[in-house]
Design a protein around this ligand. Structure first.
Ligand code: NAP
Length: 369
């Protein structure tokens, strides 16, 4: 489409106030450790639907098609009452990928098809998604995992209706630029990993050793300094949740549902027990005092160190990204602000995780205090 772009993003599909959606990665049966029984995973989907969940988010890669397949089986008889979002991989042929998703889902359209990642040639893929939308294969199109610079560009390429990005109590990059951009542009914001991939389920008293093939072995917050920081905060959050007579995941989901600009919180769950617990977040409430305590716990655990003058000297010989971080490590700036300021320059995106990991390395080598 391109010239002018973003004309008709599709019908009004998205809720006006934030709701819980069903994140269907885990029910795919792989990449999450031992899979729950298929009957249990089907029951989790069925319970979510019965209790009023409308949006179900999946992807061809979740369980290598199994997530879409199970959703198709569980939601087929209720197709007109639910909304299904799937994705197209950054290197996949959008037409073929969506056609195969539709077959697995047993439907002739999805409500939202999203470009899963930004990679070379993404603009052309987004244009193809728009053509598929015009052909009636998808009611709306969107993108996931784009930086704010890339999302601004996407708005000029095609009439996207939604953006999906990571957002939870700990991972708050999107607050800097992406959420405001979605609000200004009238895009629905779909928050993924609202429980930090299960960390906010509260079951990890020490850094977990996941089995081979569990994607969480690659997530930096399940180990090292970041796990230790998050663990400290989780102890505090658990006390706050207990005081409100809710579980930790419900506290985390309620917090997200209350963030301005969030449209759908995609809570992942593999069992009906988790679905039932998570749904109580919609009726829970967080008072001002609790919200302030949450913020204070976060601030104290995640204060970045300041770079030393020796670091500034050494950084002269480092790459531009590392130099940028050192220049901005003043003991006051947040990792999210530093990452967003770098990304503003438009070359390569950076996320807070990279700042935190690098700051930990400086700290360990005495180049930050
Ligand atoms: N666009 C993207 O690139 C992208 C990336 C990631 C996720 N997503 C989407 O976002 C959805 C949600 O993210 P996610 O599934 O990765 O992670 P998540 O929602 O942050 O965490 C889900 C995990 O948390 C645990 N959990 C859930 N409810 C619980 C409860 N009440 N009590 C205790 N533990 C609980 C479960 O772990 P156990 O099953 O191990 O108990 C569950 O599998 C995905 O399903 C997917 O639809 C999109």
């Amino acid at each position: 489409m391109h010239t002018g772009a973003r004309e008709h993003s599709g019908p009004l599909l998205f809720p006006v106030s934030a709701v819980l959606g069903f994140g269907a990665w885990g029910i795919g049966g792989s990449a999450w450790g031992a899979p729950a029984e298929e009957s249990e995973r089907l029951a989790a989907i069925a319970l979510a639907r019965e209790r009023g969940v409308v949006w179900f988010d999946t992807a061809p890669t979740y369980g290598d098609g199994e997530s879409e397949h199970l959703l198709g089986r569980a939601l087929g008889p209720h197709r007109s009452k639910v909304r299904i979002a799937t994705k197209v991989g950054p290197r996949d042929d959008p037409r073929r990928s969506l056609e195969q998703s539709l077959q697995r889902l047993g439907t002739d359209y999805v409500d939202l098809v999203q470009l899963h990642e930004i990679a070379d040639g993404w603009e052309a893929r987004l244009e193809t998604l728009h053509r598929l939308q015009l052909a009636g294969k998808a009611r709306a199109i969107g993108v996931c995992n784009a930086s704010h610079v890339e999302l601004s560009r996407a708005l000029r390429v095609a009439p996207i209706a939604a953006y999906q990005g990571p957002f939870n109590l700990f991972d708050r990059d999107v607050e800097e630029r992406l959420l405001p951009l979605c609000r200004e542009s009238g895009l629905a914001f779909l928050a993924f990993r609202p429980l930090a991939s299960g960390l906010l389920g509260g079951g990890f008293s020490e850094s977990p050793g996941f089995s081979d093939g569990d994607h969480r072995t690659k997530l930096y917050w399940f180990r090292g300094a970041e796990f230790a920081r998050r663990h400290l905060v989780i102890a505090k959050l658990m006390d706050l949740a207990a005081g409100l007579r809710i579980s930790l995941p419900v506290l985390a989901l309620r917090w997200l549902l209350s963030r301005t600009g969030v449209t759908i919180v995609l809570a992942g769950a593999r069992t009906p027990v988790h679905v039932a617990d998570n749904l109580t977040a919609q009726d829970a409430s967080l008072d001002e005092a609790t919200s302030r305590e949450i913020d204070a716990a976060m601030r104290s655990a995640f204060r970045l160190p300041a770079a030393t003058s020796a670091a500034a000297q050494e950084a002269l010989g480092w790459g531009p990204r590392e130099r940028f971080i050192v220049e901005h490590l003043d003991g006051r700036s947040t990792p999210e602000a530093i990452a967003a300021a770098w990304t503003d320059r438009g070359d390569q995106p950076m996320v807070a995780a990279q700042v935190k990991v690098f700051a930990d390395q400086l700290l360990a080598s005495g180049l930050a205090v």
